[in-house]
Design a protein around this ligand. Sequence first.
Ligand code: GRF
Length: 198
Amino acid sequence: MTPLPRLAILLSGRGSNMEAIVREVQGGILQGVCEVAVVVSNEPEAAGLGVADALGVPTIVEPSRGRPRSAFGEALLEALDPFSPDLLVLAGFMLVLPPGVVRAYAHRIVNIHPADTRLHRGLHGYAWAWENQLPETRITVHWVDEGLDTGPVIAQAPVDLRQARDLAEVERRGLAVEHRFYSEVLRGLFTGTGSRSD
Ligand code: GRF
């Protein structure tokens, strides 16, 4: 049997996208498509670590604070090595990856961004949509290069923001799309199809 492609999911905080992906791997549209080899956090206190642990996924912490970027990058590569990931999946990972990591995993790193990366890059994508009273925003999954949300777009999904009452509602609607969409895109990358099987 051919081994399944292995994901390393990188996060810094809550981990709701990681959780959605792991659940799809364990019993949804990613089952039999790929496996989650490890969840990595650069923040020792990230809530997502506990979530991954409860789901039975190995976790590692590779702290980024107080370390030169290149040293963090080298340590991250070493920590990832034993898990032999085929794809790095950034899911709320709040750092621009050091260039050495991007080069080591060239064309094998994806990210989810809560806006159209051609219109808004960096933090606070939902606040940007809310403040501009957008009727719709677009979740973007893109390849990661050395810039901040600058890599080639893989796919986008619309979020209907009409009549949203506040920023919390914008975020709720957006995250609901993110949680479904990221796994669909991963499935598409591995199988050439993006549709849900349920
Ligand atoms: C998501 O909105 C994601 O698009 C952005 O950071 C947030 C992470 O949320 N990159 P979570 O940690 O997955 O809950």
